[in-house]
Design a protein around this ligand. Structure first.
Ligand code: TRP
Length: 331
């Protein structure tokens, strides 16, 4: 039997190539060897987003983005968290097994408290219970599907440890394995994708290359990459060029060697290097962009795919929740 991989997808923010290489591609790679369940964490998003339009479009953009990037809904159970009521049933049950002290130690909550303290504010200002109990909802997401592995970024490691703790306390109390204890798969070996300014690519730095920008926008973004003032004729060092770092992500080994040789030989200006970069980026992203545009143009069809995924997910979730209710005496 194949092992189970599950992950939650944030639905806030525009997908960029850092997400693509750092999260989407590796998660789709895992789907080849694992039974896979991937979902849009839309109730988690509600903690932060109260504008209905923004929430609605964020959910659709995230779902369309993953489908366009190659998620195959016939092979991966793909659904919205909010379409699986068992998630909330399990969340409530897990509350009874989670100490408040564990939640007090969560990084995101602690950072919010510290933010208030530094400003001399009451420590609870702007903190809702959704933020405070975020790790419990996330534990329910994971434990509801007997997940073996959870591919996440380093920042989510503590949440997975909390899910382990919570599962273990349930199992200890009933002296049987009600909930499977999951393992994190931290995507550490993926190179940090540099942003346009050389810092880590992140939407908070505003230095991203959006995954689905139009050809024109993409061209503009690439042409705006900051370079040094070396002239056309000067030989250039590929190792220190951010253009070359991006180029490596999108090109074959032969292409990389050819461009590196042109850099070293001199006679190629930065404008020329950017043109060559645009060519390979656009080559990889064009088909994604076309699929994305087609998917987003027919939202009812995509919603149907997500609804079918939710149906499959609920069938699995029902057995896990049934097991737990029986052990707890509330079946
Ligand atoms: N908290 C995760 C993030 O910010 C998203 C998420 C929600 C998740 N539920 C999950 C990830 C369950 C893995 C498993 O990226």
């Amino acid at each position: 039997m194949k092992k189970i991989s599950l992950t939650g997808i944030q639905s806030t923010g525009v997908l960029h190539i850092g997400n693509y290489f750092g999260a989407i591609k590796p998660a789709l790679e895992l789907a080849k060897t694992y039974e896979t369940r991937y979902f849009i964490a839309d109730y988690h998003a509600l903690n932060k987003k109260k504008d209905p339009k923004e929430l609605y479009t964020g959910i659709r953009h995230a779902a369309a983005g993953w489908l366009a990037a190659g998620l195959n809904p016939d092979e991966v159970i793909f659904y919205r968290q909010s379409s699986v009521p068992e998630v909330f049933e399990l969340t409530t049950m897990l509350m009874a097994f989670t100490s408040k002290g564990l939640m007090n130690r969560a990084h995101a909550y602690k950072a919010a408290v510290q933010f208030n303290n530094e400003r001399g504010e009451d420590q609870d200002v702007g903190i809702n219970m959704g933020l405070f109990t975020y790790p419990i909802l996330m534990a329910a997401d994971i434990l509801l599907f007997d997940s073996d592995v959870v591919p996440v970024g380093k920042d989510q490691e503590q949440h997975i440890e909390m899910a382990q703790d919570i599962a273990q306390s349930v199992n200890a109390i009933y002296k049987q394995q009600i909930l499977k204890v999951p393992q994190a798969v931290i995507q550490e070996d993926v190179a940090v994708i540099p942003g346009l300014d050389g810092r880590k690519m992140s939407k908070s730095y505003g230095n991203t290359i959006p995954l689905f920008s139009s050809e024109n926008e993409l061209n503009k973004i690439i042409m705006s990459i900051v370079t040094n003032s070396q002239g056309v004729e000067e030989p250039k060092d590929p190792a220190t060029s951010s253009i070359y770092t991006f180029y490596k992500l999108f090109s074959t080994t032969e292409e990389q060697e050819a461009l590196a040789a042109r850099y070293r030989a001199g006679g190629m200006g930065w404008g020329e290097a950017k043109k060559e970069l645009f060519r390979v980026v656009n080559r990889e992203l064009s088909p994604l962009r076309e699929r994305y545009n087609a998917i987003i143009a027919d939202i009812p069809a995509m919603d149907k795919i997500l609804a079918q995924g939710a149906e499959k997910a609920r069938a699995i979730a029902g057995t896990v929740i049934g097991r737990f209710r029986k052990a707890a005496g509330i079946d």
